[in-house]
Design a protein around this ligand. Sequence first.
Ligand SMILES: [Zn+2]
Ligand SMILES: [Zn+2]
Length: 160
Amino acid sequence: MPQPVFLAPDHDHGRCTADALAHAEALCAQRAQRLTPIRRRVLEVLLEHHKPLGAYEIIDRAAANGTRPAPITVYRVLDFLREHGLVHRIESRNAFVACVNNHASGDLVVFLICERCGEVGEAASAAVASELKGAARAAGFAPKTPVIEISGICSHCRAA
Ligand SMILES: [Zn+2]
Ligand SMILES: [Zn+2]
């Protein structure tokens, strides 16, 4: 059974974090990359919640238990993590969110952004992806980052 897009507020988040870090370790090993301490730290910061964080919030939180990383370092780390599909950028918020879906990079990602609690869910749709690719191809266009962002109210906030 696929996991719900918006996890219940009382879900086992320790498991989300552990799974995502294990996935990141395995992916880096497989691609002959290193999950260096700073890369891991930035990913951990983003994995604290399923909510997007701006670059400076990431720096502040990464600094909480040690030295403050330079912005350029954090931007490079974010580029690395995005390149490997471990982190996504939410353009409309100018913020970043850890990926907990293990989807292949290049897949279309539909971000559902809750305006009330700030949680971000990832919904994947193969049908929408092929429609969009077809439309882009028909226009002679080569799409680079197939991302759709939809704002609204999540299932948990609607139920509350
Ligand atoms: Zn979680
Ligand atoms: Zn919500």
